[in-house]
Ligand binder design. Structure first.
Ligand code: DON
Length: 622
């Protein structure tokens, strides 16, 4: 095995806090003596004991490395958790538990102890368990099984890996203890196939060539729910990753597992080649490579580095990071914060009075048992004095199975309550896909009102309140009913009617487009329209900034500054509206100045009202 010793690999950019820390840590720990390279596999004894590399990979594929992080070495027992995951993936929990347990032995990795009561090795991290797991590799021929094993490790590293034939041959020639274990297992049918064939695969898996960077990516794959952060390839189901991390946590460091859990607190696995991987779920995978190992088979420098990193960055699994209360982003009522639907003065008056009956509860972050309990307790409080409660999931990025169960139960019980529950922003194909699926499986879930965003949900609830208050949000045909013309005399109304152009648009029609010249402004007589703007720097993505109903105007900027259209206006349904030409209005006002004065003062009042309300909303939402 020829080695190319690399310089301390620190890529210095202006802002490199982690690289800087790793460089300091590497320099400090490289002075730590003690231990010796394993030599019970002679080929391993030939390694340069001063090799020392550290690599950290994040769940989104960022790799930090220092020292000999690119020097190849054989994976040895660090292969075991991944082979265990593969067995779970292909044989399921029950199938694997029949063949290997999950109990720590408290013994050395190559101890010849078997769980005779259950007739299986104690766990898949000790050699006996790993041999049983090796027999579970898929493939009808040994060649296929070896190929499948290499495919597994290559997909975990995100690049093609090979086997160090010299180390393999060396272990094959000296692996008598493992042979003894395998034959004892054959003796009690813990394995069925020829032990030499099973060991052949086991020795080959231990002899796969990797680097510390490869192993950091593999560890980050476990931190990333089984999905390779580099290739985004799903290798293990999240449920099996949990099993792998659990067994790594209790058995991965053999008879040092207790102290490791105490000092470092991350699921880990060591290999006699001098490598250790550690996993912080949801965050990072770490690998340290330094050949000198202690009597328990763990890298001396590897242990120190992981202790330091865990303490420095609070990575211990039992450092409580989840603040369930943070799931409640805020809640408010529709008397103070309304939808983007522009309302007539009459409607606004009703909503200011009745709006408290609509509550909006914004959730955020991760929904799991604790946070969902918080969310539903707040829902219950709001439902006591609300007619409608909207839960907005826009800022929720995951909901686990327990959250889905609790929410489905809440939907079921709310279906019997006086308050109507409305959900917003839970798209079927997004991070809450599991929740939408769970809801769709229940009758109540089917009946539950769901809107693409909180604004649309709020608009619907407002419409219900207004309809309930007898406010006719329907059609406004006569000029005198329309706010913009309030105060005009009947003669002046007739003058305005003389220049009005009735226009009909079908659902989806673009009535006006952002950037177009503005010659007309519009009064809506029937139906509703949406006002949308392009979201800057997000390609074609659009944001609905307002929706307008009968009796209100749009495009009135044309009247005020004559500038280009500042947004698209799209018909939400078949709409009837009146177009008023700016030029015609000016000509008419030349003889009847009170028309323009009235229209402009109504517009100004409307705008100042909107501004006041916007300030109120900001004061509530900030
Ligand atoms: O079976 C063996 O003994 C080696 N191939 C692997 C052992 C190992 O890596 C133990 N880990 N600390």
């Amino acid at each position: 095995m020829d080695l190319v010793r690399g310089p301390a690999e620190v890529r210095h950019t202006a802002l490199a806090p982690i690289e800087d820390y790793l460089a300091e840590l590497h320099a400090r720990v490289s002075k730590l003596e003690g231990g010796a390279p394993a030599d019970y596999i002679p080929e391993l004894g030939k390694v340069d004991p001063n090799l020392f590399g550290i690599a950290i990979a994040t769940v989104d594929g960022q790799l930090y490395s220092v020292g000999d992080a690119h020097i190849p070495f054989t994976i040895q027992s660090v292969s075991k958790p991944f082979m265990y995951g593969y067995a779970l993936q292909h044989h399921g929990r029950a199938g694997v538990l029949k063949r290997v347990g999950v109990e720590p032995t408290g013994e050395a990795f190559n101890s010849i102890v078997l769980d005779e009561a259950a007739n299986r090795p104690f766990n898949p991290m000790v050699n006996a368990g790993a041999i049983a797991v090796a027999e579970m590799m898929q493939g009808d021929t040994q060649k296929q099984r070896i190929a499948n094993m290499l495919v597994l490790f290559s997909s975990l590293a995100g690049r093609d890996l090979d086997i160090d034939e010299a180390v393999f041959a060396s272990e094959l020639a000296t692996g008598h203890r493992n042979r003894a274990i395998a034959y004892m297992m054959l003796n009690t049918a813990m394995i069925e196939r020829d032990p030499n064939e099973v060991l052949d695969l086991y020795f080959r898996q231990c002899s796969v060539n990797v680097t510390a960077s490869d192993l950091a990516i593999m560890a980050a794959t476990l931190a990333n729910d089984g999905r390779n952060p580099l290739t985004d390839h799903a290798i293990f189901d999240a449920q099996y990753v949990r099993d792998m991390l659990t067994v790594m946590n209790s058995c991965g460091m053999y008879d040092y597992a207790g102290e490791w859990a105490y000092e470092v607190g991350m699921p880990a696995k060591s290999g006699v080649s001098g490598c250790i991987i550690a996993v912080n779920p949801g965050q990072i995978g770490i690998c340290v490579y330094a050949p000198p190992i202690d009597t328990q088979g763990n890298s001396v420098r590897g242990i120190r580095v992981c202790q330091e990193i865990s303490n420095e960055f609070q990575l211990h699994a039992f450092n409580n990071r989840t603040n369930v209360r943070s799931v409640l982003r805020r809640d408010y009522r529709a008397d103070l914060v309304r939808s983007n639907r522009l309302r007539t003065l009459e409607e606004r008056t009703i909503l200011t009075k009745e709006g408290r009956k609509i509550s909006v509860l914004e959730a955020q972050g991760a929904l799991f048992f604790g946070s969902t309990e918080q969310l539903l307790r707040r829902l219950a409080q709001l439902a006591q004095d609300s007619k409608y409660v909207i839960i907005d999931f826009k800022r929720v990025h995951m909901a686990d199975a327990s959250a889905c169960k609790l929410i489905v139960r809440a939907v079921r019980s709310m279906a019997k309550s006086s308050a109507e529950l409305v959900f917003a922003s839970i798209a079927g194909d997004g991070p809450l896909e599991r929740l939408t699926r769970a809801l769709a499986e229940t009758e109540e879930g089917h009946r539950l009102r769901q809107y693409r965003d909180a604004d649309a949900a709020l608009e619907w609830c407002e419409d219900q309140l207004l309809a309930g208050a007898g406010s006719s949000v329907g059609t406004k045909f006569s000029v005198s009913e329309i706010n913009l013309f309030k105060g005009l005399t009947p003669d002046e109304c007739r003058l305005v009617e003389s220049i009005i152009r009735p226009l009909v648009f079908d659902k989806g029609d673009v009535i006006m487009r952002e950037g177009d010249p503005a010659k007309l402004f519009f009064v809506l007589a029937r139906g509703t329209v949406s006002v949308e703007i392009k979201v800057h720097g997000k390609g074609e993505r659009r944001k609905r900034v307002a929706s307008i109903g009968p009796g209100l105007t749009f495009g009135e900027m044309a009247l005020l500054d004559g500038g280009k259209r500042s947004a698209d206006v799209i018909a939400n349904e078949r709409v009837i509206c009146y177009g008023l030409g700016v030029e015609e209005l000016h000509e008419l006002s030349a003889d009847h100045p009170n028309v323009m004065i009235t229209i402009l003062s109504n517009l100004t009042r409307e705008f100042s009202e909107r501004l006041r309300h916007a300030n109120e909303e900001i004061s509530v939402l900030e």
